[in-house]
Design a protein around this ligand. Structure first.
Ligand SMILES: N[C@@H](CCC(=O)N[C@@H](CS)C(=O)NCC(=O)O)C(=O)O
Length: 401
């Protein structure tokens, strides 16, 4: 069965002609038969120097359609980024570079036991992911330190008064703790590309993630490097703190960003203090006090923020095959999911679970699990498609508030 997706890359924009219903139709058959090994079958240099890559599945793999669409959109984002940086007469190089991306993605997604595309969160993504995911685990990446050396004019600052947000700076002996999300759904990658790359100046790259328990696996991380126009670089922590207390953007005050991240790190990684972050938070709160600013106002309403709790695996671990240990320290959404959106969790709770959700791409889905099989019926407002899907037992289908 061919998972056909065809996208023509032109020098100015990327069009995708992906058959949504195909994805869901493919999702209807057992997910295991779904393949998304993507390899470029052919590319050609056209008059417009466009580079078109036809993707066709190469082998049967056990992954689900949500991951497939996340992967396809990741490739599209990569191709768009490549084309924007490559001069137009290098479209053949662009396609060769795309092949490398395809191979990297293939090894990344299929080398982990969840057959998912994982994203590492170390800044606002820890408390404001904003995209659909079906697993979240704690852990760390090596070779970096977290630093507030990236400027921001689209979320926590303005052009006149840029704020400061987190990025990773390379350090051979450094490590940064955070969350890895197994993302799902076609909206996740375009959302992250816009939020992180287009609006934030970050670039995406793969690195190894070391979960609290289990083998390392590849994650996609978004990092702002010295080359991006918003880079502010090193500075005295007190000066950075002053800048933070004077910056506010469309997503809220810069103080909220620092304090929420510090709270997240204290709660989930008490044994791995981030001294740069905690010193910055201390100086920020000192200035807030000196200037008699109202912290609760600076912290905003918390709309969209999520709080993670460690999932209690004791019950399910008891009857788990020791050879197939659950990834412990995994997290699950807590009750910050709005009332109208029920969570459907298929994990060993009741034999029958009914759930409803508004999907992140503007669809409405009713889903229920019967024993270990997840069935769902949904209507996607975006392309007026009625779709039916099944999902593997054990996945927690949650919808971002
Ligand atoms: N990529 C980092 C940093 C992401 C980040 O903080 N991005 C900022 C600036 S582009 C953002 O999205 N902020 C949203 C907000 O401040 O509410 C992460 O994994 O969390």
């Amino acid at each position: 069965m061919v998972l056909g997706c065809f996208f023509r890359l032109c020098t100015t924009k990327v069009n995708i002609n992906m058959h949504h219903t195909d994805l869901h139709r493919l999702g209807r058959s057992r997910l295991k038969r779904l393949s998304n090994t993507i390899s470029d079958k052919s590319y050609h240099k056209s008059r417009q120097n466009a580079c078109s890559i036809q993707c066709q599945h190469k082998s049967v793999l056990k992954i689900n359609s949500l991951t497939a669409s996340a992967c396809i959109n990741f490739l599209i984002a990569q191709a768009k980024c490549l084309l924007e940086t490559e001069t137009v007469d290098q479209s053949s190089d662009c396609c060769i570079r795309m092949n490398e991306k395809v191979a990297e993605l293939e090894s990344t997604v299929f080398s982990n036991d969840t057959k998912a595309l994982w994203v590492f969160a170390y800044g606002s993504l820890c408390w404001l992911p904003g995209f659909q995911f079906h697993k979240a685990v704690t852990g760390h990446v090596k070779g970096y330190n977290r630093r507030f050396w990236q400027g921001n004019t689209t979320h926590r600052g303005t052009e006149d008064k840029p704020g400061r947000v987190a990025t990773l700076v390379e350090d051979p002996v450094g490590s940064v703790h955070g969350l890895a999300f197994a993302i799902s759904g076609e909206a996740a990658i375009p959302y992250l590309s816009k939020r992180e790359c287009e609006l934030g100046g970050y670039i995406s790259q793969f690195t190894d993630f070391h979960p609290a328990k289990g083998q390392p696996f590849k994650v996609l991380l978004y990092v702002a490097t010295i080359k991006n126009p918003l880079w502010l670089g090193d500075g005295k922590v007190k000066d950075i703190a002053r800048q933070v207390t004077e910056s506010r953007g469309p997503s809220g005050h810069n103080v909220e960003y620092v304090v929420r991240l510090a709270n997240f790190m204290r709660e989930h990684f008490p044994e791995h203090p981030d001294h740069h972050l905690f010193e910055l938070e201390k100086d920020v709160l000192a200035i807030v006090g000196e200037k008699n600013m109202c912290l609760s106002k600076l912290m905003g309403t918390g709309q969209g923020c999520v709080k993670f709790v460690k999932k209690d695996h004791s019950a399910s671990n008891a009857n788990n095959d020791q050879n197939n240990p659950e990834r412990v320290d995994s997290f699950e959404h807590t009750t910050r999911v709005p009332e109208k959106t029920l969570r459907c969790s298929c994990r060993d709770e009741l034999p029958v679970q009914v759930g409803g959700s508004v999907t992140s791409t503007g669809g409405v889905a009713v889903h229920f699990t019967l024993l270990n099989l997840g069935l769902g019926l949904g209507f996607k407002c975006t392309d007026y498609a009625l779709y039916f899907f099944i999902f593997q037992s054990g996945e927690t289908i949650t919808t971002r508030p």
